[in-house]
Structures are given as structure tokens and as C-alpha cells.
Design a binder for this molecule. Structure first.
Ligand code: NDP
Length: 330
């Protein structure tokens, strides 16, 4: 079966040559296992971290072994009591067209309840990241100002909409005018900033957040986030979800010292990973699904077709080619 391995550990920005297409044998199905056909593959910025061998909260990928990520698959054969042929499942699976997996590591998903791809996004990992990061760390209060970076992406677009549901004034930062328009016209953001065409980000944030920033949901880090610090209010909450703008750095950047800003404003800055709130995932999914049903929450996906395009779809995240969740359909 077709397989995508990690060939090199990237230095700086990853490239297509860091991936290797090979074919792998599929061994015999054992008791408790299923044979799966891949349907949808999630590509995510955090995979960049796993391509390096620096220690992190998930172990690095091994060289010359398959990459893995969140995948939706269909059961082709089963030696498990819990899954039958035709069932659709989600799991942390390998970038292979077909593969064996232990049924106990998979969760069944229902294609009649929601489109399969959404289990990777709005009612999956990225939706939960948005909801739980905002609520648990941001502790939003009606009328406050929420600023979101990476606002047109999978997590950011959901953060902003939930902010509106909770009665906040919401401003988003994204990389193109088209994305900024989308934030306002499709997702209900109050204001947007295109960081690629804005010369003075400190001023632009001040203009779009005239009452200051109470909550900053940070997906990008780097200079954009430095500019936010000049605009935070007393008791601001800064939610560190990700830092995509520095994932490909080869040298430690000279960034601002955050401490004086935090002291001056008695502000909180906290990082998190969505797994920290595992006990809240079931009710979180329920909440997201309810808002979707009620039409309060919308989602966008950029769906790339074809197994061979998985690595390029991943690379395109760093070029901002996606709007909403980037997913590869096999
Ligand atoms: P996105 O859908 O947001 O895709 C990435 C986006 O990042 C691109 O579309 C691009 O949009 C933007 N981007 C790329 N390079 C830069 C740059 N140099 N500066 C500013 N923006 C850039 O991905 P996700 O929603 O899946 O992830 C968003 C963030 O959340 C990432 O940092 C990720 O690591 C993190 N994350 C954290 C989780 C956690 O548990 N803590 C879980 C899931 C995600 P644009 O055109 O606007 O530049």
C-alpha cells in the first residue's frame, strides 16, 4: 500500500523533499484488529514539531517511518467484536492508503450525524481547541474585547465565532484581505487586520480595539503577538495556543520581554494543549454540535484531493493557502 514516510528532519521550512513515497506490505489481520481504508487525513501545524527530534508533548516521527495524524477511515475487514465492515472510524493513524489498526485505539464516527471531515475539525480536535482554550483560560465575560491571530484558520475562525456567541467584541488578524473580508462577512467578526499589508501593527490593533484587548487568543506568536502586548488591558488573559510564525525558525529570535507588560497589566499568559482538557471533550463536542445545529456556528474547510497531495497540503499551511480546516480527501 502507498505510504508517506519522513525522509529528512527539516532545517527551517519543511519542503516536499522531506517526505518519501514508498509502498509497504500489509501483514495478516490479527485478533482485535481491523483493516482500514483511509478516507480523510488531517494536516496540522503541530506536525512540524514532530518532524524535528527536539523533545515535546508528542514524540518525534522516526526517520524512514510513516508520518501519522488524525485520520478518518473505513473498515474493510474486521477481527474485532466492536467494529464491522463499512464502519467509519477516527484515530491517530499512519499516512497510508490502507493499514491495520487495533480496534481499541479507534473511535466510531457517524456519517449520518455530521460530514466525516468535520470530525477532524469543527467537532474534533480544532473545534475543541478553540472552545476549551477560550473558555478555560480566557474566561470570557460579556462585552470584553477578544483579539484572535491566525483568525481565518481552523482554530481561529471558531474562536472568533464563539467569542461572538458569548457576547464579546471580536477582532481577527489574518494574512490576506480576502480572509479579513471572510472573517467579517461569514464569521461575524467585528473587525479584521491584514498583517501582511499593515505597517504598524501596534497602531492597527489600537484602532480596531479602541477599548484595549481583554483576551488575546494567540495562534501565531512572533512579531504579531509582540504588537498585541502594547494593547492589553488590566487583567488581560493571553491564551497561547500555537506559534506557527516561529515553528520554522532556525535561530532563537530576539523577541520582546513579555514580563514588564504582564506586570504592568496584571495579565495572565498561559499555554495549553487541547489534551489538557480531555475530561471536557465530550461536553465540548456536544456544545459545538448544538451551536452548529442552531446555526450559531459556521465552519469552513479547505479540502485537497488525493493521497499524493498530503505533504503539499501540510506545507501549504505555512503559506496560508487554507481557509478554515485543511483536510485531504483520499
Ligand atoms: P490553521 O488552519 O490556522 O492554518 C495555519 C494558518 O497559519 C495559515 O492558514 C496562515 O494563515 C497562518 N500562518 C502561517 N504562517 C504564518 C506566519 N508566519 N505568521 C502568521 N500566520 C501564519 O491551523 P490550525 O487552526 O490547525 O492551528 C492554528 C494554531 O493553533 C497553530 O499554531 C497550531 O499549532 C495551534 N494548535 C494548537 C493546539 C493545542 O492543543 N494547543 C491544537 C491545534 C492547533 P494566514 O494567511 O492568516 O497567514
Amino acid at each position: 500500500t502507498k505510504t508517506i514516510n519522513l525522509k529528512n528532519r527539516p532545517k527551517g521550512s519543511p519542503t516536499i523533499t522531506d517526505f518519501d513515497f514508498t509502498t509497504a506490505e500489509i501483514s495478516e489481520l490479527k485478533e482485535g484488529e481491523v483493516l482500514l481504508s483511509t478516507l480523510y487525513v488531517s494536516v496540522d501545524p503541530y506536525l512540524r514539531g514532530r518532524m524535528s527530534d527536539a523533545p515535546s508533548y508528542v514524540p518525534p516521527f522516526k526517520l524512514n517511518e510513516p508520518i501519522s495524524s488524525g485520520i478518518i477511515a473505513e473498515v474493510l475487514e474486521s477481527k474485532s467484536e466492536n467494529l464491522t465492515i463499512g464502519d467509519k472510524v477516527i484515530g491517530a493513524l499512519q499516512w497510508k492508503e490502507t493499514q491495520l489498526a487495533k480496534a481499541e485505539n479507534l473511535r466510531k464516527v457517524d456519517p449520518d450525524k455530521a460530514p466525516l471531515s468535520t470530525y477532524l475539525g469543527i467537532i474534533g480536535m480544532t473545534g475543541l481547541t478553540a472552545l476549551l482554550g477560550l473558555k478555560e483560560i480566557g474566561k470570557p465575560k460579556n462585552g470584553e474585547t477578544l483579539l484572535v491571530s491566525g483568525a481565518a484558520g481552523a482554530v481561529g475562525s471558531v474562536v472568533g465565532q464563539i467569542g461572538k456567541i458569548l457576547g464579546l467584541r471580536v477582532v481577527g488578524i489574518a494574512g490576506t484581505d480576502e480572509k479579513v473580508d471572510m472573517l467579517k462577512s461569514e464569521f461575524g467578526f467585528d473587525e479584521g487586520i491584514n498583517y501582511n499589508t499593515t505597517e504598524n501593527m501596534i497602531q492597527a490593533i489600537q484602532n480596531t480595539c479602541p477599548d484595549g484587548v481583554d483576551i488575546y487568543f494567540d495562534n501565531v506568536g512572533g512579531e504579531i503577538s509582540d504588537a498585541v502586548l502594547f494593547n492589553i488591558n488590566k487583567f488581560a488573559r493571553i491564551i497561547i495556543c500555537g506559534a506557527i510564525s516561529v515553528y520554522n525558525n532556525t535561530e532563537t529570535p530576539k523577541s520582546l520581554s513579555v514580563q514588564p507588560f504582564l506586570v504592568k497589566k496584571s495579565a495572565l499568559m498561559q499555554g495549553f494543549i487541547v489534551a489538557d482538557f480531555a475530561d471536557k471533550h465530550p461536553e465540548g463536542v456536544q456544545q459545538l454540535a448544538t451551536w452548529l445545529q442552531e446555526g450559531k456556528l459556521k465552519y469552513k474547510e479547505t479540502i485537497v484531493e488525493g493521497f499524493d497531495n498530503i505533504p503539499q497540503a501540510f506545507l501549504d499551511l505555512f503559506e496560508g493557502k487554507n481557509k478554515g480546516k485543511m483536510v485531504v480527501k483520499i
